[in-house]
Design a protein around this ligand. Structure first.
Ligand code: SF4
Ligand code: MG
Length: 314
């Protein structure tokens, strides 16, 4: 996924004035097959916009999304549809995403009705639905329940099974464990890890939950105000974050960084993308800000096996 500098993703148009807001600007992600890319950053940093544009839910103004060698943005509608099916979204609040008048079984049957070729590809729809329920460890009884009767854990599993029914290669998981209590969260994460191995899935994992991201991701990207601040091998960055924003983010999540100060708070708020600060967009909140930071935007440069956008390393 590559969004060209200064021609990133137009996220929304403000009222009648068509002021452009670049929710994502100059961001590049490479997600090797069968691996997990963790994307972190505070709310409003453009993580979901990356996901939504990858899934064609918003149109990037410029850039490219290469999926197995094909540029999705340039592909014709037929091709886009084919490619799009192989990328599925798993998001938080699964219950509201499920049709309240349909049972779990009917919810899982729906994709087969929408995609006749998918239905043709399975010998027996009943067996296929059984297989999907088994894949996500859902009991037979759950088949006839309606969404309001699902527990949060069941709802999340049904959401996952529905995404899997389309035989995706890439799952975009946007806050997949948000709102789950600890034991259900652990079970869902273990399920996702097992499914990745069994089905050779690739994950883009977007989350505020750094503990989960640390556990699950192979590569990591840290975004701030629509830009990539640090990117590289997840273990390398968690071991020693170099960007002041990454450090602050880790320290504000207790137990993530080994030498953290207790009760660290990331002071201030993410500035508005309508009027981003000049220079390094993190400078109003950065303890290390220098004159150059207020004037010049730092480029991503390679430092110790990862990319970092910060003048401290110039
Ligand atoms: Fe802080 Fe300057 Fe680095 Fe930005 S470029 S993170 S303001 S030190
Ligand atoms: Mg989001």
């Amino acid at each position: 996924v590559h969004f060209t500098k200064e021609a990133g993703v137009l996220d929304r148009i403000l009222g009648k004035s068509s002021q452009k807001i670049y929710a994502v600007d100059g961001v590049t992600l490479k997600i090797p097959a069968k691996t997990t890319f963790g994307l972190v950053g505070e709310s409003g940093c453009g993580k979901s916009t990356v996901a939504n544009s990858l899934l064609q839910l918003v149109d990037p103004e410029a850039g490219e999304i290469i999926f197995e060698g094909e540029n999705i943005i340039e592909a014709d509608r037929q091709k886009t549809k084919q490619l799009r099916r192989r990328m599925q979204l798993i998001f938080q609040d699964p219950i509201s995403s499920l049709n309240p008048r349909k049972t779990a079984e009917e919810i899982l049957e729906a994709p087969f009705r929408i995609h006749p070729d998918l239905k043709k590809s399975v010998e027996s729809l009943d067996e296929e639905i059984d297989r999907l329920f088994e894949m996500v460890d859902l009991s037979r009884q759950a088949r006839h329940k309606f969404p309001h009767e699902f527990s949060t854990g069941q709802a999340r599993r049904i959401g996952i099974a529905r995404a899997l029914s389309l035989r995706p290669d890439l799952l975009v998981c946007d806050e997949p464990t948000a709102g789950l209590d600890v034991s259900i969260k652990a079970a869902v994460i273990n399920l996702m890890i097992r499914l990745q191995e069994e089905l050779d899935l690739t994950y883009l994992w977007i989350s505020h939950d750094l503990h989960v991201v640390k556990h699950i991701s192979d590569r990591l990207g840290v975004m701030y105000l629509g830009k990539m601040m640090e990117k590289g091998d997840s273990d390398v960055i968690f071991r020693e974050p170099l960007h002041p924003y990454t450090s602050a983010l880790f320290r504000s999540s207790p137990g993530v960084e080994s030498d953290e100060k207790e009760n660290f708070v990331l002071e201030g708020e993410v500035p508005s993308p309508i009027n981003p600060p000049p220079g390094c967009s993190f400078h109003p909140r950065c303890q290390h800000a220098m004159d150059v930071c207020r004037q010049q935007e730092p480029d991503l440069q390679k430092i110790d096996e990862r990319l970092v956008a910060c003048h401290l390393y110039d």
